[in-house]
Design a protein around this ligand. Structure first.
Ligand SMILES: O=C(CO)[C@H](O)[C@H](O)COP(=O)(O)O
Length: 224
């Protein structure tokens, strides 16, 4: 059994008719969107807001009703993947390049459920390169400021032989930070740099993490 699919299908059970649901991005979220589509076909009535053009296109294909932020005040529940999760349920996201919309949707949500396979659970965040979304204008200067703060190798994410461009027409800088001692402080410092739009640290945002295991087990991690 695919452990990402296991976590995704477990999470989708928390959706109830009438909810506004945030749809995540990535391969684990892809399984969740399919499971939501199946429940919609079976009579679940929800409306959804997607965190990327890709997830929105999939949702439309599966006939999941899509709404915009103009039409809702709040999102009831968002289900999204992650690149790393620690025991305090802090998370690194953005491996798929959708971190800005993911953070906007997560912060508009009453509840954020993160779905991962067991390989994503870590004791300290930072082995996965931290994605930072930056505006292309002045990126050389923004990267100098990032380098001064982080003191670690930085790379502009590529797609083919060009910079990867996000749904918001920005670039992603991947920062090989190594272990992050104080993720809360770092997220605030990063977002103070002009040119940085958002970073992939989601601190204190997840209410629950659902982990799928290779042996078929599923475990819920909650705040203690
Ligand atoms: O943050 C993300 C996209 O920006 C993804 O949720 C994250 O990269 C995990 O992806 P996957 O489920 O494919 O492992």
């Amino acid at each position: 059994m695919n452990s990402k699919k296991l976590a995704a299908e477990h999470a989708v059970q928390f959706i109830k008719s009438g909810m506004i649901v945030g749809l995540g991005t990535g391969s684990t979220a892809h399984f969740a969107i399919h499971a939501i589509g199946a429940r919609v076909q079976a009579g679940l009535t929800i409306q959804a807001i997607a965190t990327s053009e890709q997830s929105e296109a999939l949702a439309r294909e599966l006939e999941i009703p899509i709404v915009s932020f103009q039409e809702v005040n709040e999102i009831d529940l968002t289900i999204d993947g992650a690149d790393e999760v620690d025991s305090d349920l802090n998370v690194i996201k953005g491996g798929g390049g959708a971190l800005l919309r993911e953070k906007i949707v997560a912060s508009a949500s009453r509840e954020l459920i993160i779905i991962v396979d067991e390989s994503k659970v870590v004791s300290q965040l930072g082995a996965f390169p931290l994605p930072i979304e930056v505006v292309p204008f002045g990126i050389e200067m923004t990267m100098k400021k990032l380098a001064a703060l982080l003191e670690c190798p930085l790379t502009v994410r590529q797609s083919g032989n060009k910079p990867f461009v996000t749904d918001n027409e920005h670039y992603i800088v991947d920062c090989h930070t190594g272990s992050i001692a104080d993720a809360g402080k770092l997220t605030r410092e990063l977002n103070m740099i002009p040119g940085v739009v958002e970073n992939g640290l989601f601190i204190g945002m997840a209410a629950k993490v659902i982990v799928g295991y290779m042996d078929g087990a599923v475990r819920e991690l909650n705040h203690t």
